[in-house]
Design a binder for this molecule. Sequence first.
Ligand code: HEM
Length: 149
Amino acid sequence: MTSPNLSIISARPTSTAGLMAQTGLNEDVLFELVHRFYGKVRQDRLLAPIFEERISNWAPHLERMVAFWSSVALMTGRYHGRPIPAHVPLPVNAVHFERWLALFRETAGEVCTPAGAAHVIERAERIAQSLQTAVLEASAGPGAMSVPD
Ligand code: HEM
């Protein structure tokens, strides 16, 4: 066992320290959460093919996802990317998002304190909803969701 990484690399160190204290989350917990979660995803019959077709080198994806969760859960500002365009072309619907969330909730319960799990699950649900809306709007075609004149 390595000792927990309690150093704070954050664009907003005071907010990050407060969130860490409230939730028990830190970079080590988020590393474990992400690695365990994608371990499950890669065993999942519904989700695995979608990932395996697009990700040939998992190390940079996992590193990006730890940075993403660090930004989302601890406000560190470590992630710089655009999740929506990455998901719009994927062959996914509500069933895929529900499975993704089920695996995420399960993993969060295994890895985080109850407060930490509640914190990341609440954010995952919100982001999944907005990604799903973006995928649906894109598949409905250009202008399908726009307000008529
Ligand atoms: C149906 C469920 C989902 C599937 C199948 C899925 C699949 C993928 C795939 C294949 C990529 C890699 C895209 C690429 O590099 O070409 C990706 C990237 C990513 N996903 Fe998901 N995803 C799902 C849901 C989510 C949710 C709910 C979140 C957030 C809570 C999320 C966050 C991200 C982020 C941050 C990236 C990196 C985007 C970037 O910076 O390039 N995904 N996802």
